[in-house]
Design a protein around this ligand. Sequence first.
Ligand SMILES: NC(=O)c1ccc[n+]([C@@H]2O[C@H](COP(=O)([O-])OP(=O)(O)OC[C@H]3O[C@@H](n4cnc5c(N)ncnc54)[C@H](OP(=O)(O)O)[C@@H]3O)[C@@H](O)[C@H]2O)c1
Length: 313
Amino acid sequence: MASYPRIGVVGGTGAVGTVTLGLLRDRGYEHVRVFASARSAGTEVHGYLVEEATTEALERGDIDIFLFSVGTGASLALVPHAVAGGAIVVDKSSAYRLEPGIPLVVPEVNPNRALEHNGIIANPNCCTIPLTCVLKPLHDRAGLKRVRVATYQSVSGAGAKAMDKLAHEASKDHDLRMDWEFDGVEFDEESKLREETRKIMELPNLAIQATCVRVPVMVGHAETVWIETEEPLSAADATSILGAAPSIRLDEFPSPGKAAGEDEVLVGRIRQDTTVEGNYGLTLHLASDNLRKGAALNAIQIADLLVSALASR
Ligand SMILES: NC(=O)c1ccc[n+]([C@@H]2O[C@H](COP(=O)([O-])OP(=O)(O)OC[C@H]3O[C@@H](n4cnc5c(N)ncnc54)[C@H](OP(=O)(O)O)[C@@H]3O)[C@@H](O)[C@H]2O)c1
């Protein structure tokens, strides 16, 4: 591989960052440096020496693409310095996702938006990414009218510390949790799913409602989705559309365990929603690896888009 791009993984010691490093290595990216906080600077991860993500280091101008997975507060503090140094940042926190003018990209859904950046591209929420991969081909065929979602999200979605806690928790203490910011009506995870889906699909008025729940599973998020369409769509047609869609694999009974470690979104249980008259309602179930397609892999696919756009100039 050519010396471009020089990649900086900021948050490389975290749940998403460590998966990012493995995927970059598998995909042949050679020029990779790893950054994290002062807490882990000087340690090693995946054979890389961890550097402290100081503002000076980020501004130095010796990295082409930064992949950030450090949390919203740290992203707001650090990303502008990386951009000031001339790099393009793909940020996985929620800091920039809904900012007007900042592309929010799922490569299977809106790849062209990635090239419209001013230095920052936002990577969507780990439930929004697989959901939009499924919604896009169905919308293209039959038009989305209404979407309802129930999520079953794994503990790794809350980061490395939460994974460690689950690993040491007695099974009698396992429970469903709702550990997101609550505004009295909705969790921010639920509003993110709605607003990010609308932005990515470019359907600002899409009727969409989610209920998000965390389950005592280590890796892999599942979602049950109820879809109403403008045009009739049979379960058989939806199945063949989704079977041909990018990054989707049909599976009879998708589960987090089956999805963990996989790149594709598993989709199954595709059937008519009998509460909706005619062929205007579908129900389906999906599962995807939140650390891969839900975070690290999607961001690397965005980096791939940037690299190929530059190569074709
Ligand atoms: N987990 C998921 O499924 C998922 C999916 C999509 C998006 N995301 C987003 O990705 C981000 C990271 O998530 P995660 O699950 O990987 O969290 P995590 O396991 O807690 O890892 C956080 C990482 O950020 C680093 N960090 C924290 N504060 C920093 C600072 N001030 N300067 C430099 N580095 C700092 C930590 O480094 P130290 O080792 O030095 O503490 C660590 O490498 C979050 O914004 C999250 O919302 C996560």
